[in-house]
Each structure stands twice: as C-alpha cells, then as structure tokens.
Design a protein around this ligand. Structure first.
Ligand code: TYD
Ligand code: MG
Length: 455
C-alpha cells in the first residue's frame, strides 16, 4: 500500500505546512492548523480528454484573437444579470456566498427554474430531491428543463454532466463536494480546493457557466482557501438582515463587469421578488407628518435610492449624553453635531442623539449628510419637514454644503417618486437637468437650508 501523505493546512487562510505549527505564519491566527490527507491517485480521469501534449501551442498577438460569440446568457433575473454585468459569461465560474438561511439555495433554484430555454443541472449536496421539489413548488414556477442531482462525489457528478450536457451547472454547495482523488473529508481545505479545481476545469473546457454556492465563516469571509476566490471569475455576496425581508446581492469580485452594482430582493412566501425600485420599499408611507424624519438620497451601485433618515434628540437622562446610530457612521454623526454647534449655534452637547437609517440598510454615501442634519434639527425643534422635500448634499466641516456625484440621477429619481423639492449644493447647480419639473433649491451653507426647511 502506498504511504499516506499528509500535510497541515491553516483552516483560516489555507496556508500549507509539512508539520504542525501553533501560529499561522501567513494570517497570524492561532491553532488553525489541521492535518489533512492529500494522497492523490494517479491518472486523473479528465472531464474532457486533455490534448495538452499533442496539440501545438503558440502564443497569439492580442489583436489576432477573435472575439468570437461571447454572448452572455440571460438568467431571466434582472437583478442577477445586473450584478453579473449583463448575464452569465460562457465558461465563467461564479461563487455565491452568504450566511446560512439567507436564501442562496432559493435564489439559484429560482434562477434555474426561470431559465426556461436552458438546460440547467442543479447539483445539491445539502438537500434531498423531495426537499428541492417542495421548494420548487413553493416558488410556484412551472417545471422547466431543470435537472436535479443529489450527489457529493465529483466523479459521479462528472458522469451526470456527460450524460445530460447541461447549459448551466449549479453546485450547492462547494463545501459538501468531495473528490475521490483526495482522501480528506468534505469541507476541508484540500477538498474544497481540489473539487473547485475540477469544476473550474469543466467550466473552461466546455465553455459552460458554473455557479457555486459557498458557505461563509463567522467573520463573514468565504469558508475555504483564499485560492478559491482567486480561481473563480466572480464572487457574489448575498446578504441582508434576517429581521427584514430585503436581501442584497453584491459583487465583490467580477472579471467581466463592475463591482459597484447591487441587486435587491425581497424574501416572500413564494421566493425572492426582484425589487427594481428600491426606494419604494425604503420609504414608509406616512399618513401624518412627524418630526425627526428627513429623506436623503444615496447611491447603491449605479442606482439612486431615496431613504428615510430618522433622528431623535432628547435631553440626556444620564451624565454623559449618548450618541447612537444604526446604518450610519457614528463618527460622522459626531462630526455633524460639532458642525451644528459651532457653525449654526445649536446646543446639542447635553442631548442624547439617535440616528437611524430606516429599512435596516447601511449607508456610507456622504450625500445623506444634509438629510441627517435636518432630521436632527427637526427632532430638536420638534418641527416636521414637509414630506415632499428631500436632500442630496454633503456637509463640510465649516458648515458648507458640498456637491455630490451623479446629481442628475438623484434629481430624476426624486422627481419620479413624486417629491416636489430637492435641496442640493450650489456647486451642483450646473448639472441640474433643464427638463427637471421638481423644484431644485441650491444652497451654500447649512444655515440657509433651515430657512427653506423650517420656515
Ligand atoms: P435557503 O435558500 O435555504 O438559504 P441558504 O441556502 O442560504 O442557507 O433559504 C431559506 C430561508 O428562506 C428559510 O429561512 C425560509 C426562507 N424562505 C422564504 O421565506 N420563502 C420562500 O419561498 C423560500 C423558498 C424560503
Ligand atoms: Mg442552502
């Protein structure tokens, strides 16, 4: 019998070492090295016969390379298409990560069922055929050309792929896959690396797009070796607050598109609904005006979004006033409060200030500064802000109102949603579209804003 070969792998970053060590020299984590068997059997059975040794290989000049028919595959899911940069690129491999229960399996099963004209093979190592069928019924999608295979052995999956010849392959999840070539258990670093390598090879050789689902670790990064993220063409994160129905699909790496795009979904009883107009879910429909609320404009990817900023200012019950934020940077709040004290003469030093971005989303776009400031003052003075007014400007340290990017889009979004007034910076004035029907008020200093808002 051949001698069993083992190596130690860091379970955090995938670093390799011939002997056990306490601290990983690569990522600095303690006690992460685990021994794994890496015995490889000889003569790997290739997915498709390799011609590496027979074919003559010559490098080509870049201009001579034909573009070919690199037509992207429409996933029939607008949000996913957008995040991918216009659809699935043939032969590309996409990794979808997210917390357990966030809806990764639901999203990809839904996509598989929606692609009516493509033959999709959905391989699951996590659920049984019946469970997947039940989920499909719940999603209420008429059965399409979707094949389900519950299998974890990559050699047997390869067999099924050869039989079915799918147009798209979905693997749920890469951590459950196991190749016979390596003896360590499923989910270990070497197994993940090796099975991902096999799917990678399949994608590139057959020009079929492959979607892999990946688990994430406690700290939110994808479980498995870092090399997994290098190997794939795109890494998508599916995230959201479980208390809210919204889910955000974000791309953190994309070889064929921008990473600034976002897809927004709402989890319903019948699966994930695509939210094409995010402001619609983020703005509450109030019947009466309340103080402490201002509407700000933010960009999520290339899309403008209007969100509700809520503030509560009250006299501090204890010695030290509290400042607390959800969805907004706490240090930025402190800065805005200091600006209000110094430049506009509001005494907020002895007050508790709470700021909340409604809808459970996080915003780091400085363009909501002015909305935050106005919400705070509205609460402090107990004067409501007209609910047909919104804000899109940054507030500087000397109380100046600074310009923000993509103002035309922000203005037209506000107009589309029925706002009658938008307050922006003087420096953005040039970019106001001529056709705007909404009243655009351009201001220079924080003090000026109050004249308009709290007149
Ligand atoms: P799932 O796709 O199994 O999550 P993951 O694969 O990321 O672990 O999502 C499961 C959750 O989604 C579960 O808590 C129930 C919920 N859900 C709905 O609310 N509506 C639905 O139609 C479906 C299918 C699931
Ligand atoms: Mg799942």
């Amino acid at each position: 019998m051949a001698k069993i070969k083992t190596t130690f792998f860091c379970q955090n970053c995938g670093a390799e070492s011939p002997k056990w060590i306490g601290k990983c020299p690569s990522c600095g984590q303690w006690n992460t090295f685990v021994e794994e068997v890496i015995q490889k059997t000889e003569a790997k059975e290739p997915w498709i016969k390799s011609d590496a040794h027979t074919k003559k290989i010559t490098p080509k000049r870049i201009a001579d390379i034909e573009l070919g028919q690199q037509q992207r595959l429409d996933t029939q899911n607008k949000e996913l298409n957008r995040v991918l940069g216009g659809g699935l690129v043939p032969g590309s491999i996409v990794l979808l990560g997210g917390e357990p229960g966030i809806g990764k399996s639901t999203l990809l099963l839904q996509v598989a069922l929606q692609m009516k004209n493509q033959k999709v093979l959905y391989v699951s190592g996590e659920e049984s055929e019946q469970q997947i069928r039940m989920r499909a019924d719940r999603l209420n999608l008429t059965m399409s050309e979707t094949y389900i295979l519950t299998e974890t052995n990559t050699q047997r999956i390869a067999q099924a792929i050869r039989d079915i010849q799918p147009d798209v392959l979905i693997v749920d999840s890469i951590q459950t896959m196991q190749t016979e070539h390596i003896e360590s258990t499923a989910g270990s670093i070497s197994q993940i690396r090796e099975s991902a390598g096999e799917f990678h090879k399949f994608a590139k050789q057959s020009n079929t797009p492959v979607l892999l689902i990946g688990h994430i670790t406690k700290d939110g990064s994808l479980a498995g070796p870092k090399i997994l993220e290098h190997m794939v063409d795109s890494v998508l994160h599916f995230e959201g607050d479980r208390n809210y129905g919204y889910r955000i699909l974000r791309s953190v790496k994309n070889r064929f598109g921008s990473t600034s795009e976002l897809g927004i979904y709402e989890m319903q009883n019948t699966g994930l609904r695509e939210v094409s107009n995010p402001s619609e879910i983020l703005l509450s429909h109030r019947d009466q005006m309340l103080s402490g609320i201002a509407i700000g404009s933010t960009m999520e990817g290339m899309r403008p979004m209007l969100i509700e900023i809520q503030a509560l200012v009250s006299s501090a019950a204890y010695g030290t006033p509290q400042r607390s934020t959800t969805g907004f940077d706490g240090r930025r709040l402190n800065m805005l409060l200091a600006v209000l004290e110094k430049r506009a003469g509001f005494r907020l030093g002895a007050k508790d200030v709470f700021v909340n971005v409604a809808g459970g989303i996080k915003v780091d776009d400085p363009a909501i500064d002015l909305a935050v400031v106005c919400a705070i003052l509205s609460s402090n003075e107990d004067i409501e802000i007209d609910d047909k007014t919104c804000f899109a400007a940054e507030v500087g340290l000397s109380g100046e109102i600074r310009s923000v990017n993509r103002i035309e889009q922000r203005i037209s979004e506000a107009e589309k949603l029925g706002f009658e007034r938008i307050i922006i910076s003087k420096f953005n004035q040039k970019a106001i579209p001529k056709s705007a029907k909404i009243e655009v008020i351009a201001v220079n200093k924080v003090e000026e804003v109050f004249k308009y808002v709290f007149a």
